[in-house]
Design a binder for this molecule. Structure first.
Ligand code: ADP
Ligand code: MG
Length: 330
């Protein structure tokens, strides 16, 4: 970016996030200089948010900054990794100081909360987009990979599902829908997802597999099933739904949002039966509910079952609606 690039970096990004002893040289040189520990594996992830695709064009800048880091923290959480260092690539249509100040406030709040240092980045001119690269640490023997699920493992999710999809619907809709407490809660779940970092770290050595739910439970659990070469049975009546979702959205849509709505950033994980006993203490320590929603089975495919015996339908094009007969498996 031409005029203003260096002022923007100096003012908003030179000293953002946590101070860490393992940062020898951060923002300001050609590249960052870091002092990694020898005991664990370095784990890296990146996620890009494009205006109009991953966040509404009119989303508050604070929320965009918060979410850009949150979605990456969520990926590391799903590996049981502790986050450490971030790079930020920011593409801005113009050097709008007010927007950048808001963005930095949202990003910095979350970075400090999880001890993440911003160690560098890039600032360019173009259509609004944000890329964050995040590095963290995990014992490779305890990392929560997607290819370790076994028949008989229980399937759990954290928090509640479907809230962000409902929040997006509300955000896109009538202004009058935005006022009630349920609506505010659902929009907050969309714009400010809380990454389950403590939970991910606590599940190291307890869970077998984990994935963060960014594309909807069915799609993301599907990644575990394919990579592990197994199937699953989900009790759809057990899916954790918030009171706000139940109030704001009709029942069929609640389940559609819970199964296929994106942007939840909860963790879905599998646990061998002997390890399930430790989950209530972990839930309490991390201050998050954990719900058993199903079981891993040897037969491939995802089976969605109601307690009255009906099976739910999940066609390849995405979740559609419930049927009272048995349907093809995915
Ligand atoms: P170069 O021209 O060598 O690519 P830049 O001018 O892009 O360097 O960046 C100067 C310094 O500012 C570098 O240390 C870079 O990591 C940092 N930086 C640039 N943009 C950002 C940003 N959005 N957030 C954090 N650091 C940034
Ligand atoms: Mg550059």
């Amino acid at each position: 970016m031409a005029a203003g690039e260096f002022e923007l970096i100096e003012r908003f990004f030179a000293d953002l996030g946590a101070d860490r002893d393992d940062v020898l040289l951060g923002v300001g040189d050609d590249a960052a200089l870091l002092a990694p520990s020898a005991r664990k594996s370095l784990t890296l992830c990146t996620d890009t948010l494009v205006a109009g695709v991953h966040f509404p064009l009119d989303a508050p800048a604070e929320d965009v900054g918060f979410k850009a880091l949150a979605v990456n923290l969520s990926d590391l959480a799903a590996m049981a990794a502790e986050p450490a260092w971030a790079l930020l690539s920011l593409t801005l249509p113009e050097a709008d100081e007010q927007w950048v100040a808001g963005f930095a406030a949202g990003f910095g709040e979350l970075a400090r909360r999880f001890d993440v240092a911003l160690v560098g980045g890039d600032t360019t001119q173009g259509p609004l987009a944000v890329s964050v690269h995040l590095a963290g640490w995990v014992d490779p023997a305890l990392a929560l990979r997607r290819d370790r699920a076994q028949a008989g493992d229980a399937i759990y999710v954290s928090g509640t599902l479907g809230d962000a999809a409902a929040g997006l619907r509300i955000w896109q809709g009538d202004e009058s829908l935005r006022s009630g407490p349920e609506q505010r809660f659902l929009i907050e779940r969309l714009q400010r997802p809380q990454p389950r970092v403590e939970l991910g770290v606590a599940l190291a050595g307890v869970a077998a597999c984990a994935v963060d739910i960014s594309d909807g439970l069915a799609a993301d659990l599907g990644h575990i099933l394919r990579r592990s070469g197994v199937g699953a049975r989900i009790d759809v009546d057990a899916l954790p739904l918030s009171a706000a979702l139940r109030t704001a959205v009709e029942p069929a849509e609640q389940l559609q949002f819970a199964l296929s709505g994106g942007d939840d950033y909860e963790l879905c994980f599998t646990v061998a039966p002997f390890a399930e006993a430790s989950l209530s203490e972990i839930a309490q320590r991390c201050g998050i509910s954990l719900t058993r929603i199903g079981v891993i089975e040897a037969e491939p495919g995802l089976r969605l079952c109601h307690r009255d015996g009906r099976e739910a339908m999940l066609p390849e094009s995405g979740w559609q609606h419930f049927m009272s007969r048995t349907l093809p498996r995915s």
